[in-house]
Ligand binder design. Structure first.
Ligand SMILES: NC(=O)c1ccc[n+]([C@@H]2O[C@H](COP(=O)([O-])OP(=O)(O)OC[C@H]3O[C@@H](n4cnc5c(N)ncnc54)[C@H](O)[C@@H]3O)[C@@H](O)[C@H]2O)c1
Length: 346
């Protein structure tokens, strides 16, 4: 079985993907610098899949270490590249950190892959590249809109770097997966999302408020042109996202790809408003959520949900879990990690 390198494999989406890869018999090596994760995640992965992946603590910004890693591991069959910084607000404050970590590192890895000859590469992209798309649901050929933040820009430019590199290097095969809104945790509750500081995403904010770690959730705007006035997103269970990576990897390993750079949306195809997500929380937990309507937040698009036909037909993959399934796993995970902790100070 092929050896697969998973960068950022101790993070939220990476750890769930490592589980699915190991369940399918792949041998996994994780590189992570623990900047947004913990080594304990290895225990969770092992508890679920019965196998502890090889782990190398390495900061991918250290180019020489990246070169040394690839020189030592000449038999890597594919790379799934999750490692990146992902806080939109922080990217506005510190753009160079984002350009170095999300783009510099990408270049270093691609340089090593080109030295290898035939290689397979999967990139974590985002629906943020579409901005406020003109049509719903969003297909892969919808135009890429000017990025709202340095973080968003790293995903657009990252895709361009890979595309340009693939154009002149037929031995490199790559897939960019544009995630919509990954949420939830593994149903075993052994791994999940570990947001540091104030969560920027809706789900962890909801569960942290639900458990009393945070006082109140602010719903940013209820006067958008949607049915209930709140913003609409496509929430997808992280285990479904993880499984799509295995499908994409197999496509490359079996040389089923029709071009050497392909792009797929990963979503459910269903948009849910903020109030619908709160409704799901209340239904699943039987608890009332303390929330208030606040002014609109700058940079929020009104609605974004995926056309999933290409991923469904070409990758042979389809998101299976419902919003309530994902909510239940997120809530079970929150209860587990929050046990005995005090209220947030910020
Ligand atoms: N979570 C989302 O909502 C979402 C949506 C769209 C795209 N993405 C992208 O998916 C990828 C994974 O996201 P996630 O939510 O799992 O994030 P995460 O922060 O949980 O995981 C990223 C992992 O990469 C590691 N890392 C960061 N910089 C590194 C470096 N220089 N060297 C080694 N390791 C490094 C971190 O320690 C962390 O474990 C990212 O590229 C992110 O931009 C995420």
């Amino acid at each position: 079985m092929k050896k697969i390198l998973v960068t950022g494999g101790l993070g939220f989406i990476g750890s769930h993907t490592v589980v699915e890869l190991q369940n399918e018999g792949f041998e996994v090596i994780i590189i992570d610098n623990l900047s947004n994760s913990s080594e304990n995640v290895l225990d969770g992965i092992e508890a679920i899949s019965g196998k502890r992946p090889v782990f190398e603590k390495l900061d991918l910004r250290e180019k020489q270490k990246v070169q040394a890693f690839f020189a030592e591991h000449s038999n890597i069959g594919g790379v799934i590249h999750f490692a990146a910084s992902k806080a939109v607000g922080e990217s506005v404050e510190n753009p160079l950190l984002y350009y170095e970590n999300n783009l510099g590192v990408l270049v270093y890895i691609l340089q090593e892959l080109l030295k290898k000859g035939d290689s397979n590469f999967i990139f974590s992209s985002s629906c943020t590249v579409y901005g406020q798309a003109d049509q719903m649901p969003i297909t892969e050929d919808a135009p890429v809109k000017p990025a709202e933040s340095p973080y968003g820009n790293t995903k657009q430019v990252g895709e361009e770097i890979i595309k340009d590199t693939c154009k002149v290097n037929p031995q490199l095969a790559a897939i960019a997966l544009r995630y919509f809104n990954p949420i939830g945790a593994h149903p075993s509750v052994e791994i999940g999302e570990l947001p540091l500081g104030v969560p920027q995403n809706l789900l962890p904010f909801i569960t942290q408020t639900g458990i009393g770690f945070r006082e109140q959730l602010s719903v940013f705007g209820d006067d958008y042109p949607t049915e209930d006035g709140t913003c609409i997103r496509d929430y997808i269970h992280v285990v479904d996202v993880a499984k799509a990576h295995v499908a994409a990897l197999k496509r490359l390993l079996n040389t089923e790809n029709t071009e050497n750079f392909e792009v797929f949306n990963l979503g459910t195809g269903k948009g849910s408003s903020v109030l619908e997500v709160i409704g799901s929380f209340e239904r699943v937990t039987g608890e009332k959520l303390n929330y208030r309507i606040a002014p609109r937040r700058e940079g929020d698009v009104i609605q974004a949900y995926a056309d999933t036909k290409k991923a469904n037909d070409v990758l042979g993959w389809k998101a299976k879990s419902t919003l309530d399934d994902a909510m239940k796993s997120a809530w079970d995970w929150e209860k587990k990690i929050r046990k005995g902790t005090e209220k947030a100070s910020v």
